[in-house]
Design a binder for this molecule. Structure first.
Ligand code: E4P
Length: 221
């Protein structure tokens, strides 16, 4: 499974990308609004840092506006994926944008039927938001399970990109059910690295090493 970062913060992206664990980045208007600077400059900097796919979202809600924004965004870098909302005009735009050769990530997917339509319209990525479903008392992972099944039943080319991830357990479950990609806040990726037994084990190894060094030194004296 590919792991993406869900942030527009270049410092955090660089830090984790150095470890070779970042396959791509997703942004959205909320995440970009938190960062200083122009949208295009932020997207370009991320695209230069990360070789994989970088989703940049349109803010228009009409067909022509989405098309114009898609043209502008896709010219920033070859690894830009245009993110389009799951609305009727968005489906129309998905068809046109993907036909023009630019890959589309259909976002704000909250039902399997929406995902099916997005795939049909030509989306390369379908983004179910699982944390927001959990928030309203629905099991977000069930949507991922459904989308993975539909993808497999029909050999859809659209990748299931799980978004709105809140904790490492979401990532693990997405991997177990066969999602293609999990996009997560940097904090979640950092938590995935941690285990108290790793820290305790390393401490014991280093303590034992130091003790042995002292014992050996005293024997040689
Ligand atoms: C995905 O592409 C979205 O940017 C994101 O995962 C939204 O997550 P949130 O529900 O934490 O805002």
């Amino acid at each position: 499974m590919k792991l993406f970062l869900d942030t527009a913060n270049l410092v955090q992206i660089k830090k984790l990308n150095q470890m070779g664990i970042v396959d791509g980045v997703t942004t959205n208007p909320t995440l970009v609004a938190k960062e200083p600077g122009e949208f295009e400059d932020i997207v370009l900097a991320i695209c230069k840092e990360v070789r994989g796919d970088v989703s940049a979202e349109v803010v228009s809600t009409d067909f022509e506006g989405m098309l114009a924004e898609a043209k502008h965004l896709s010219a920033i870098a070859p690894n830009v994926v245009v993110k389009v909302p799951m609305i009727p005009e968005g489906l129309r735009a998905t068809k046109a944008i993907s036909k023009s050769g630019t890959r589309v990530n259909v976002t704000l997917v909250f039902s399997a039927n929406q995902g099916l339509l997005a795939a049909k319209a030509g989306a390369s990525f379908i983004s179910p938001f699982i944390g927001r479903l959990d928030d309203i008392g629905q099991r977000g992972m069930e949507l991922v399970e459904d989308l993975v099944k539909i993808r497999d039943n029909y050999g859809l080319k659209a990748e299931v990109l799980v978004g709105s991830i809140r904790h490492p357990q979401h990532v693990l479950e997405a991997a177990k059910v066969g999602a293609d990609i999990a996009t997560m806040p940097p904090e979640v990726m950092e938590k995935m690295m941690q285990h108290p037994l790793t820290d305790a084990g390393l401490k014991r190894f280093l303590d034992d090493w130091e003790k042995a060094k002292k014992t050996k030194a005293s024997i040689t004296v």
